[in-house]
Design a protein around this ligand. Structure first.
Ligand code: IMP
Ligand code: MG
Length: 178
């Protein structure tokens, strides 16, 4: 299945299921090595991260926990337009080593919000792990510790990533063809 249609758009395969899985194994090995002996909280940013989080978490051999937050957007009443609120902070992260898991870092706006909150809540150490990274779109200077794939500034779907809510169930990652 090299060419697919999601809603009204056509996509072609870009990163195969095997490529995704072997890269995840390599990332997990690096994290296991770097954080050896530490008690680690993996912190996923929903929705897009759910498959990546499940696959990488199963390959972590540290003492670890997992939790998720979600960015809820709603239309503000003022001219500022869309307001995004982070929901789901149930965890006490004071003094913890936290690994933020993201499906994709694009402009970095989401990441900046999450990191800001983690600092306010006094995490001891924060690492960032993203499956995909678009360096050309990135506008922040927060260093990213673990990157699965650097990709050009093209729209992608699959493996958790959506186009208007659809396409998350695809096993590979596909890019928009036109
Ligand atoms: P940010 O610009 O780094 O804050 O990214 C915001 C969000 O945009 C990500 O978490 C994704 O949900 C979404 N996003 C960015 N690029 C893509 C893409 O190519 N496909 C699907 N979703 C994307
Ligand atoms: Mg999305």
């Amino acid at each position: 299945m090299n060419e697919i249609t999601v809603l009204d758009r056509e996509f072609s395969v870009y990163i195969t299921e095997d490529e995704i899985q072997s890269r995840i194994t390599a990332l997990a090995e690096k994290i296991n090595e770097d954080l050896k002996g530490q008690d680690v909280l993996f912190f996923g940013v929903l929705n897009g991260v759910f498959l990546f989080a499940a696959d990488i978490f199963r390959q972590i051999n540290l003492d670890c926990q997992v939790s998720f937050i979600k960015l809820a957007s709603y239309d503000g009443t003022s001219s500022t337009g869309k307001i995004k609120e982070l929901i789901g902070w149930n965890e006490d992260i004071t003094g913890k080593t936290v690994v933020v898991l993201e499906d994709i870092v694009d402009t970095g706006a989401t990441l900046e919000r999450v990191i800001g909150e983690l600092k306010l809540r006094k995490a001891a150490e924060v690492k960032i792990c993203t499956l995909l990274f678009k360096p050309e779109a990135y506008t922040k200077d927060i260093p990213i510790d673990y990157i699965g794939f650097e990709i050009p500034n093209n729209f992608v779907v699959g493996y958790g990533l959506d186009y208007d809510g659809y396409g998350r169930n695809l096993r590979a990652i596909y890019k928009l063809t036109k």
